[in-house]
Design a protein around this ligand. Structure first.
Ligand code: DGL
Length: 270
């Protein structure tokens, strides 16, 4: 199976895009809903939680895990790849969502000024800035943390008038810091749920980018380039779901992120 991990429901926006591009594979999703959000947690805590989740997915038969969470990708991916993967099963792989997103940035911006909207953890890690500058050091990157956006989504308040206030506040802030921004990256997998509000408060001419399509395309390319991994993956077109919170609650909220999808959920302890 291909494991897909997020602190909560946000990774479902990535899973949905991955499944629409690669429907033939088997997926196992894990949301650490009991401990979400991760956004303001320290490096050590995010690393420890993420490692526990990766181990749980490997133990249940995943050959590879996508960290469908920018905060986990920013704070834990590198360490897991460098220090833990060998012990966890040398042939297994863990991939993140930052690299696939960053790779397309130079093709999107004309002004060479981009904005990154993300959790506090992702912004403080400066991962986007560092990765974008590896591609093109001339691109100016401004990051703004949006601490209220994940709670709005996790509490199903993403389409309410209250959401307008918090969305507008951060978009105004980032465009005030750098009015030349022409590309805004939604660098948190929860944020696509706020897309209507984000577009509403973003001036025309500024493009808003969400990650799902790019992560899905990067996974397809990865599997093409790594037949030794591809041949280990089963293809029955299934998706199963794990949560560390109540399974009925997960089921109810997950239907918002994956409308029309019939899902089976199991509660686990990490
Ligand atoms: N969905 C996660 C991300 O992409 C963050 C949510 C959280 O704060 O737990 O960063």
């Amino acid at each position: 199976m291909i494991g897909v991990f997020d602190s909560g429901y946000g990774g479902l926006t990535i899973l949905r895009q991955i499944r629409s591009l690669l429907p033939e594979y088997d997926y196992l999703y894990l949301g650490d809903n009991a401990r979400a959000p991760y956004g303001s947690r320290s490096f050590d805590v995010v690393y420890r939680y993420t490692l526990e989740a990766v181990r749980a997915l490997f133990d249940r038969g995943c050959e590879m895990v996508i960290l469908a969470c920018n905060t986990a990708s920013a704070k834990a991916l590198r360490t897991i790849q460098q220090n833990d993967l060998e012990k966890l099963g040398g042939e297994k792989r863990v991939l993140g969502v930052i690299r696939p997103t960053v790779e397309i940035v130079p093709t999107l911006t004309r002004s060479q000024h981009v904005g990154v909207l993300a959790t506090q953890g992702t912004i403080l890690s400066r991962s986007y800035e560092l990765e974008i500058h590896k591609q093109n050091p001339d691109i100016s990157v401004t990051g703004v943390a949006c601490p209220m956006w994940v709670p709005l989504v996790e509490n199903c308040e993403y389409d309410t008038p209250g959401a307008d206030y918090f969305v507008k506040k951060r978009i105004d802030q980032i465009l005030r810091i750098d009015p030349e921004i022409d590309t805004l990256i939604l660098a948190c997998t929860h944020y696509p749920l706020l897309m209507n509000k984000i577009v509403k408060h973003t001036p025309p001419g500024v493009r808003v980018i969400s990650q799902g399509d790019y992560v899905a395309a990067a996974l397809r390319d990865y599997l093409r380039r790594h037949p030794e991994m591809d041949c280990r993956l089963e293809r029955r077109g299934t998706a199963r779901f794990l949560t560390t919170e109540d399974s009925a609650k997960f089921l109810e909220n997950a239907s918002i992120f994956m409308p029309g999808c019939d899902i089976e959920v199991e509660k686990i302890m990490l």
